[in-house]
Design a protein around this ligand. Structure first.
Ligand code: ARG
Ligand code: ZN
Length: 871
């Protein structure tokens, strides 16, 4: 069933308070709930609609009167009854089976503990309730369970009571005074070890911080605690937002569909997104954990105190919160590097999404299964949209706008329009046209041409914007596009800008609003080189006809670090695509010399930080390459990319060797931007060195692997070896790794994904990996490690026999009944099928049709497969 934004209606009844008691038993769990209802005077209907699935009804009552089946109407997802009083009390007693709940939504078993995931619509698997985000209630939660098996009992808010019960059982009662939607409900029961800390807010309140993990992970929580305190401080400093409860808890769960969840006062995390030690997590993971801890914490204001009216507004909290966490990381580490990483992700995941059958607006108009809309568009493009507002109004007014937003809508469920209205109000800027970013899907293209007139000293840039059609949207109106830019003179310095156009000299931002904009710059003596879209000031595809030499010049001289990096990326992209086309035409492909010269100059440029050099020396991945061509010929792309890598590796073997040796670590592991940058450059240099085929590189890698004092170096060594041709060494190190780390879940996940994503591995190897005792189809992290890794492994995934496709389709079929949410996500692997050459296209299409024919297909998988096929 399709849900439409235009059908939104307030509910006929609000819930003021819910009193919940959850009794956990060996074979089942009983849930007793009492809702204090209040009529919504805005709605005439007297229908009380309560969502509920997968529950056995034991007893229902309205104002103490038992209800029989004839008192209500029931469909698959809900129960509707007529309620004549304005103030009423609805009670229910139902039975659920968390231990059999493999969907990991609602209350479920994760390893030895019980935990919950209620966003978006999991609460309806726990009890009957108006499970929609505009219904905000205070919660009291009492949990009863066996004392030995579940000594720790947690829920949102503050602990108010606890004690012993008969038969070795005990209880704990929690009260959350802040009204919240049901998707923010959480509870946990388990045998967990706990680490405490405190944080003093700037107004002097002491907040207790607690992390709960299964005992074997007790040594892995320190980094997350430190990250949490940094995030709490940052939100006070940057947004003036303080924490509100006296207690903030984090729980780590091994079985979790997503990264983490911002439940009020009780965040629940995927173990992989919170547990870390230098010995078991690499630098990327540390950065990710810090960002996710911050992200979930930031939701306390952007999401919890001010929440979403309906799920079409998901980006209200997610786009804004991703923007917040990304600025946090930029402030904690290196701003340019963070921007580069975000743009790589955007181009690798969101641009392709916007460029295919799954394209949808940041604020979608309709959905079948809301879980399918936790996408790169809603999250990452949503964050870019907020970033553009920040760019357009400037940091001070943006802060004023966010203050107004939090103040005005505290305790309410609102819309993206409400957010933008605050920004309009404080800035006096009309953002009506800007809001097309929320409603129109697709990545705008901006084509720029220039003209220089030496007689008049005028330089002219003409910007033309367009946006390709996307499903359900053929025509697009023009967007407001902030273009941060400068003009470089022959020495590479920025010229002073003189223009009548809408250009802000303080921020260097030119704002486009029309389909075509001509901008005249006066007082220009020589033809400049434009540096456009600095810091990636808008999520667009900008195209300017640079020569290779100009790109090399920008890469060397641009004052904007991001654009230096981007100029090199364009060189790589152009070279690989050109060579791929040559391959396809049977021509002899040559690596352009401008590219090779640039590589050498970057590698030797010690003025650049190692982290920036790593980014500049990393080639665009296949997701970006595929997205850049009209028709995908995978073999040719692979051949071209490999040829570029080989040329870089062999031509500069000595550089890679001396970088690898010169960047060796000294002293203990430290997670700082500088140290992480050093390790990343060493890792990349080692990888190129090894690709050159030098035996000394293999020896170095084996030695680094065995003597590494941290997982970053160890992983870099292993990844390099897996990319090479020494199969005996590969087997030896993989075996050693598993022997040594088989009891560490996070390490086993890395062991799986390093193999599945290694070149040389085929579909048959993946089958074997899934037979291994380390694999568990019910565990999303394990499934992702193997399947998502394999899908990125383009050579075997797109193997011409079609085995790779079959393998993934088979997995989707198996997961459909186990965990539909994860199964549906895997369907996106096929979503660019129409862009492939005829042979792969046909194979992928028939694979999708096979999936669609799966018996008992879940709505989740159905929606994604149908969208993929329809395009
Ligand atoms: N709100 C969580 C976060 O972004 C993600 C929850 C995702 N849940 C889902 N059912 N897709 O931090
Ligand atoms: Zn979020």
């Amino acid at each position: 069933k399709t849900i439409y934004l235009k059908d939104y209606q307030e509910p006929a009844f609000w819930v003021e308070h819910i009193d919940l008691t959850v009794r956990i038993f060996e074979t089942h769990t009983d849930v007793e709930s009492h809702l204090t209802l209040k009529k919504n005077p805005n709605i005439a209907s007297r229908d009380l609609v309560l969502n509920g699935v997968d529950q056995d009804i034991i007893e229902l009552a309205l104002d103490g009167q038992p209800l029989t089946q004839s008192d209500y109407r029931r469909d698959e997802e809900s129960l509707t009854l007529t309620c004549d009083r304005d103030d009423a009390r609805f009670s229910s007693l139902t039975r659920i089976r968390p231990q059999d709940n493999t969907s990991l939504e609602g209350l479920y078993q994760s390893g030895s503990m019980y935990c919950t995931q209620c966003e978006a619509e999991g609460f309806r698997k726990i009890t009957f309730y108006p499970d929609r985000p505009d219904v905000m209630a205070t919660f009291t939660t009492r949990i009863e369970a066996d004392q030995t098996r579940f000594p720790v009992l947690l829920a949102n808010g503050n602990p108010v009571d606890s004690g012993e019960l008969d038969e070795g059982r005990h209880f704990a009662t929690w009260n959350d005074p802040f009204p919240k939607p049901s998707y923010l409900f959480a509870m946990v029961a388990g045998n967990l070890s706990r680490k405490d800390d405190t944080f003093t807010t700037r107004s002097g309140r002491e907040v207790a911080l607690r992390i709960f993990v299964e005992p074997q992970n007790a040594h892995k929580v320190d980094f997350a605690l430190e990250s949490l305190k940094k995030a709490m401080r940052w939100d006070e400093d940057t947004y003036g937002r303080e924490y509100d409860l006296d207690l903030f808890m984090i729980v780590a769960s091994d079985y979790f569909n997503m990264g983490a969840m911002e439940n009020k006062g009780l965040n629940i995390f995927n173990s992989a997104a919170v547990l870390a030690t230098p010995d078991t997590s690499n630098d990327l993971r540390f950065e990710r954990i810090e960002a996710i801890v911050a992200h979930e914490y930031f939701h306390n204001w952007s999401g919890n105190r001010v929440t979403c009216r309906d799920w079409f507004q998901l980006s209200l909290k997610e786009g804004f919160t991703v923007f917040r966490d990304s600025e946090f990381t930029a402030d904690m580490h290196d701003r340019a590097v963070k921007r580069i990483h975000d743009v790589v992700d955007l181009r690798a995941a969101q641009f392709p999404e916007d460029n295919g059958p799954m394209a949808h607006p940041v604020r979608p108009d309709s959905y079948i299964e809301i879980n399918n809309f936790y996408t790169a568009t809603v999250y990452e493009k949503g964050a870019e949209v907020v970033r553009m507002i920040h760019t357009l109004v400037g940091p001070e007014l943006f802060r004023k706008g966010s203050d107004l937003y939090f103040e005005r809508f505290d305790g309410q469920a609102v819309t993206t329009d409400d957010f933008v209205a605050c920004m309009e109000e404080v800035s006096g800027r009309d953002l009506t046209q800007f809001k097309r970013w929320y409603t129109q899907a697709g990545t705008p293209r901006v084509t720029v041409t220039d003209h220089f007139d030496s007689d008049t000293g005028e330089y002219r840039l003409t910007f033309r914007q367009s946006c390709p059609p996307t499903p359900g949207q053929r025509e697009k109106d023009s967007f407001v596009i902030p273009i941060k830019m400068g003009l470089l003179d022959a020495d590479g310095n920025d010229l002073p800008i003189r223009t009548d156009a809408d250009y802000n000299p303080d921020t260097q931002v030119l704002t486009l609003t029309d389909t075509e904009t001509r901008v005249v710059f006066s007082g220009v003596n020589e033809k400049p080189i434009p540096s456009l879209l600095r810091d990636f000031s808008a999520p667009v595809r900008l195209q300017f006809d640079y020569s290779d030499e100009q790109l090399a010049f920008l890469a060397k001289n641009d004052a904007n670090g991001f654009n230096r990096w981007d100029a090199v990326q364009q060189l790589y992209l152009r070279a690989i695509l050109g060579m791929s086309e040559d391959e396809r035409m049977g021509k002899n492909a040559q690596v352009p010399s401008a590219l090779l010269d640039t590589v050498a100059s970057i590698a030797g440029d010690t003025e650049l930080t190692p982290a920036i050099r790593t980014a500049m020396l990393s080639l665009p991945g296949y997701a970006i390459l595929k997205d850049a061509v009209d028709e995908i010929y995978m073999e040719n792309l692979v051949a071209a990319r490999k040829a570029v890598i080989n040329a870089i590796a062999t031509r500069y073997r000595d550089i890679w060797r001396s970088l690898t040796e010169g960047l060796a670590g000294r002293g203990d592991y430290e997670f700082t931007a500088a140290e992480a940058g050093r390790r990343s450059l060493q890792g990349l240099a080692l990888w190129y060195w090894l690709k050159s085929g030098d035996q000394a590189a293999f020896d170095f890698a084996a030695d680094l692997y065995h003597h590494a004092g941290n997982q970053t170096d160890r992983g870099n060594a292993l990844r390099a070896v897996l990319a090479g041709e020494d199969h005996a060494l590969q087997d030896e190190l993989l075996e050693h790794f598993y022997e040594r780390w088989q009891d560490d879940t996070q390490m086993v996940e890395q062991w799986l994904s390093m193999q599945s994503s290694a070149p040389n591995i085929g579909a048959a190897d993946i089958e074997n990996l899934m037979e291994h005792q380390a694999f568990d189809i019910k565990n999303p992290n394990k499934v992702r490690s193997v399947i998502a890794g394999f899908a990125m492994n383009v050579e075997s995934f797109h193997d011409e026999t079609g085995q790779g496709y079959e393998l993934v389709a088979d997995m989707i079929g198996r997961l459909n009944g186990i965990n539909p949410q994860i199964a549906a996500r895997l369907v996106t692997i096929f979503s660019d099928w129409k862009r492939f050459e005829p042979k792969r296209r046909a194979m992928m299409e028939s694979t999708l049709k096979t999936i669609l024919a799966t018996p008992n297909l879940s709505p989740d998988v159905f929606e994604m497969t149908e969208r993929a096929l329809k395009g």
